[in-house]
Design a protein around this ligand. Structure first.
Ligand code: LMR
Length: 394
């Protein structure tokens, strides 16, 4: 049986991670996988997480199962974090999932269960694993134009023209903030326009929010999705705690479904629990419990928020340093977009050959489409990258 397996398509981000690990050069620079790093190149455990873990170790008396959809307190705090008070609690269903990717997978399984013929619209470009999961599940999908390569900004006219073609019941996958891989985001009036288009077409938004707090701030980053929730009858949200709580390996995420009526929310709740049961039964709880403790405790929450804010402003400062050093060295403004993008990623605009040259000759790792993780930089490596970009003729 096993000998009839064929080789699976490789995930380019994970492949790059392995190449970086295997590279013996000591001065190599990892700007590949989307993991936050501080100035020492370390992915730190946040202080609030450490404290919550200590408290949990002392207070936890059982590791028996939680609910099939996870702990209701986790639902409540995460719904509040993502949606504020933009949607009535009675119209919401939620299930804890293994990370944000688990939420995406369960959301798309829910789509396949409820409307197998729907088309899922994804931005061009998008996170490669969106496409991989869609293909794996056999769902119809198509791309809408999103990023203007020349302007290095959102091509909003093209985006709205494409999305106006969506049919009632189609699913439109949107990045809540910090678009991956481009770093180019919608402003609030553009979100309002997207809401109008969705209202008109009857297509249903599915918002993937994996970087809340990494862009313009915790509240700011959720404004777009909150606007959609306030305006539209139905919506799906996949939220991740990996990045903003720094608990990557704990696999904490949530799938939230907004239904038009409380009765349909109850149906969705049942289906989410059913899907969890089919795929892995009970979701992991450790990370979700830490998040719940942090968000429920004012002192832990304040500590978490200030550390998150320091991470965010640190990334912004790296963006500004890189843009300004590139401006000085190139004598042009063509890299100014780096300072206006938000989140961990920007696409540099290098060709695959230039990306390859950066890796081969300088030990600088970017994803092949020239996506770079800003958080992989620090004050010492910004000038090194700047020099390499200019020397490679980018
Ligand atoms: C990324 O885009 O690099 C992250 O979301 C990590 C991953 O799993 O791909």
């Amino acid at each position: 049986m096993l000998n009839s397996l064929t080789a699976q398509p490789k995930d380019k981000i994970l492949m790059l991670m392995q190449m970086f690990r295997d590279d013996p050069r000591e001065d190599k620079i990892d700007l590949g996988v989307g993991v936050y790093r501080n100035a020492d190149g370390v992915t730190p455990i946040m202080q609030a997480v450490k404290t919550a873990e200590q408290q949990l170790w002392q207070s936890e008396t059982s590791k028996s199962y939680t609910g099939l959809a996870g702990d209701p307190d986790f639902h409540d705090v995460m719904i509040r974090l993502a949606l504020g008070d933009s949607a009535q609690r009675g119209r919401l269903a939620a299930a804890a999932t293994p990370g944000g990717t688990g939420a995406i997978r369960q959301a798309l399984e829910l789509v396949r269960m409820a409307s197998p013929d729907a088309t899922v619209w994804v931005s061009s470009p998008t996170w490669p694993n969106h496409l991989s999961i869609l293909r794996y599940l056999g769902l119809n999908h198509t791309e809408y134009r999103y990023f203007d390569d020349a302007a290095r900004a959102v091509d909003f006219d093209a985006m709205t023209r494409d999305l106006s073609q969506a049919k009632a019941g189609d699913i439109v996958l949107l990045h809540g903030c910090c678009h991956n891989p481009t770093g180019a985001n919608l402003n609030i009036s553009q979100w309002q326009e997207i809401a109008r288009i969705l209202q008109k077409t009857g297509a249903i938004p599915f918002v993937d929010i994996a970087y809340q707090g990494f862009g313009d701030g915790l509240e700011q980053d959720a404004l777009g999705l909150r606007h959609l929730a306030a305006q539209l009858p139905q919506m799906l949200i996949a939220a991740s705690c990996s990045k903003n709580f720094g608990i990557y390996r704990e696999r904490a995420g949530i799938l939230i479904a907004l239904a038009d009526t409380p009765a349909n929310a109850a149906l969705a709740q049942e289906s989410l629990a059913f899907l969890n049961r089919q795929n892995y039964s009970f979701p992991p709880d450790h990370g979700a419990r830490l998040v719940t403790m942090i968000l429920q405790d004012p002192a832990l929450r304040a500590s978490w928020q200030s550390e998150l804010e320091a991470m965010r402003t640190g990334m912004l400062s790296l963006r500004e340093q890189l843009a300004s050093q590139l401006q000085s060295l190139s004598g042009s403004d063509r890299f100014a977009f780096l300072a206006s993008h938000r989140g961990m990623f920007s696409r540099l605009g290098a060709s695959p050959e230039q990306v390859e040259a950066l890796r081969r000759d300088r030990g600088i790792y970017l994803v092949g489409d020239s996506r770079m993780n800003i958080a992989g930089l620090n004050a010492r490596t910004v000038p090194i990258l700047t020099r390499a970009i200019i020397d490679c003729g980018i």
